[in-house]
Design a protein around this ligand. Structure first.
Ligand SMILES: Cc1ncc(COP(=O)(O)O)c(C=O)c1O
Length: 467
């Protein structure tokens, strides 16, 4: 490989030109001048980004022209009309932190491979744990809420089913109780662990799509009728479709009585812990055993950055601790500074750095304001929808996710699908849809800090104009 590929001055020059392009991209997106999602047909994109790589190429100019094409063909999450999935419009400064991570590549299964990264990971986890009111907690950062929930449930199985090193378990056929509204990764984790369909008991939700704790007993008995022994309840704080918070105090009572592990999926909603006005949504968290919290959702971080916390610190390495003489010398407890004892990943990015740097340089208040303002925007939008005779609100939001329907058509499902398709084709808005109790609803996540009430009024007017 030619040394020039590592030339610092060439890197400096290319970096400046790249940042200029990214800043232009950001400006066009935040001002609403660019499309939200450009036309995106999978076959066309495959053809535009082929795998016929040249034997040699001109380096810098090719890099930049290809970057231009990538930016052109990408979904603009910074556009104020991006009200789609629960993925942040990342803080631009955090994107620069990812650049540092990519260059330093201090992947950190062991402290020696990422000394500062390890310290920042622990600092960020400590911050999250303190907000949850878990003074002794231990945990790790990982690559997304799905992996985080799997890691937490592997631990629940290890502890509750008492798996030994020979693969024998005191409880051989475990099961988990989970709301029918929970994110699919809960069910996937159960399948990954080999529990099958019978090992997952869906619990009904109330009229606001929150798990009904009085139904947990029935689900437990049903599991036992199937020859299964429940070991855990998977609670959503909050759920994906409607952003509904399961009632943790009653669920915690049930778990205490039945001696079950209480896992809280706070991938989207744990950020409410930052706000004195909103943290009541997670009342009861102090009694949970494990918590998953995505910073790439409500904390404006680029993907991926997930905290996995265990209230009892001895649980943090229970499922994953492994012997590997090339990495670890001693027990996980003694080697608390080696994150690899606790994570599914071996090598990973310096993921804690982006949040650590953002908290240091922006302050906690910046993030609290963001969470509170998005919740307030959602409440106001919901009130607008309630007052509008031609719209129906699915449920008053507890979080920043608002589901609604446009009325006035005979086939309401077809109307919502038509509205969504037309809005996306217009390139002016991006929103999602979800099925609630068999009906199709439009779904918005108000996660972009630049989205205003005027943007949402524009959304409703644009929907009315679709014929
Ligand atoms: C409640 C909840 N849990 C878990 C996940 C999965 O997170 P990730 O996409 O980071 O894997 C999501 C994603 O939307 C979610 O809403």
């Amino acid at each position: 490989m030619p040394e020039s590929a590592y030339d610092p001055e060439a890197f400096r020059a290319l970096g400046h030109r790249l940042i200029d392009r990214l800043a232009d991209y950001l400006g066009a997106a935040t001002s609403g001048a660019s499309p939200v999602l450009p036309p995106s047909v999978p076959e066309d994109l495959m053809a535009a980004f082929p795998s016929d790589f040249p034997e040699s190429s001109s380096g810098e100019s090719c890099f930049l022209s290809e970057v231009d094409r990538i930016l052109e063909a990408s979904h603009r999450l910074h556009h104020p009309h991006f009200v789609g999935h629960q993925v942040s419009a990342p803080l631009p400064q955090a994107a620069l932190s990812d650049l540092i991570s990519s260059l330093l590549n201090n992947g950190m299964a062991v402290f020696e491979m990422g000394p500062s990264a390890t310290a920042m990971e622990r600092a960020v986890l400590r911050w999250m744990a303190d907000l949850a009111g878990w003074p002794a907690a231990e945990g790790h950062l990982t690559s997304g809420g799905s992996i985080g929930n799997l890691g937490a449930l592997l631990t629940a199985r290890q502890i509750m089913a008492r798996l030994d090193t020979e693969g024998r378990a005191a409880i051989e056929r475990p099961a988990m109780l989970i709301s029918e509204q929970a994110h699919y990764c809960g069910a996937r984790a159960a399948h990954v662990m080999g529990w099958g369909r019978e090992g997952l008991l869906a619990v009904d939700t109330d009229d606001r799509f929150r798990l009904r704790p009085e139904k947990l007993g029935e689900a437990l008995l049903e599991a036992r009728r199937r020859g299964r022994e429940p070991i855990a309840v998977f609670a959503s704080s909050c759920s994906t479709s409607t952003g509904s918070y399961d009632p943790l105090p009653a669920i915690a009572d049930f778990c205490a009585e039945e001696k079950l592990w209480l896992h809280v999926d706070g991938a989207h909603g744990a950020s409410a812990l930052l706000s004195p006005q909103l943290r009541h949504l997670l009342t009861g968290i102090e009694r949970a055993d494990s918590l998953v919290w995505d910073a790439h959702k409500m904390l404006a971080m680029p993907a991926l950055l997930t905290g996995v916390l265990f209230r009892n610190p001895s649980h943090a390495s229970a499922a994953l601790a492994q012997k590997a003489s090339y990495l670890f010398d001693r027990d996980p407890d003694e080697e608390w500074y080696n994150a690899g004892h606790r994570t599914l990943e071996c090598t990973k990015t310096m993921m804690g750095m982006k949040l650590w740097l953002a908290l240091r340089s922006r302050g906690v208040g910046f993030f609290r304001d963001h969470v509170e303002s998005r919740h307030a925007l959602a409440r106001n939008f919901a009130r607008e929808l309630e007052a509008a005779p031609d719209f129906e609100l699915a449920v008053m939001p507890e979080s920043n996710i608002v589901c609604f329907r446009h009325l006035g058509a005979e086939d309401l499902d077809a109307r919502q699908a038509q509205v969504r398709a037309a809005l996306i084709a217009s390139e002016r808005f991006y929103l999602t849809q979800t099925r609630l109790r068999d009906d199709l609803w439009l779904r918005t996540t108000l996660i972009n800090p630049l989205t205003t009430e005027a943007d949402l009024a524009d959304l409703l007017e644009s929907i009315r104009r679709i014929t």
